[in-house]
Design a protein around this ligand. Sequence first.
Ligand code: ATR
Length: 284
Amino acid sequence: MTPPRERPATAGVVGWPIGHTLSPLIHQTWAAREGVDAAYLPVAVEPGYDAFACAMDGLAAAGFRGVNVTIPHKENALRYADAASDAARTIGAANMLTFAGKDGVAADNSDAAAIHAMLADAGVVSGRAFILGAGGAARAALWALQQPPLGFEIAIANRTRTRAEEIAPAAGAPVVDWADRARALEAASLVINTTSLDMAGMPPLDLPLDALPARAVVCDIVYKPLETPLLAAARTRGARVIDGLEMLMRQAAPGYLAWLGRSAEVDDDLRRRLEAALCEGGKA
Ligand code: ATR
């Protein structure tokens, strides 16, 4: 008798909408390199906690090892989990759930880990950081910038000032008026755009860089377009830039490790594949 076929290790990414996600390409690239029998599927789940919880119950029952979670479910993911990492709890959002861990469903925030790792690896560990935005990505950046070996003095600007005021005190960060954002660059050694501005279909960030010190590092979480107007202007000034694909690739690695038990290489080959997919048809 033929032995029963082993099921592929299955994981996925949950969001709404989810059609254009690049995450399956990242995970499938890693699995194919190692010849691992794995599947990574996009799963569309409509907004709302009940729909999310119902879908997670179903995916866990179907044998999924875990999921990445994206807009609009990152807060729902934290609420659904039985246990959460320090990062996810502090940030108040999770982009990763692992099913059937020893503590039940475990939540983590690998966006924060990705920001931390990309800066630490680039040797950008201290100085004055200026964060644009006050959403979940800004909270992830705030957390990351305070984890050793990183240690930054941080300032934050957000269009809706009150949102920045909610998250700034815990980091001892002054809030800068959105209208004064260009002036606040004067003392910055690191600038991180966590807003959705400059993204295809969104208004421009409109941040003149005249005041930015030439040796500053500029990061953008937007990866469509990959070279945002902010990064293009920063490059022109001779600043070092870190683009949105860097964070996208790095945030995926903890899931691959948790669900397949293998570490994944974030390298030029993966970057080239993602850049090709972005060019191909705006698949972001
Ligand atoms: P995420 O959790 O992915 O960070 P979010 O909570 O929707 O997403 O945050 C998006 C960020 O982009 C916010 O800082 C938002 O500013 P507001 O808090 O004022 O909404 C910012 N943003 C979005 N559209 C903007 C616009 N047209 N002008 C300025 N900032 C904008």
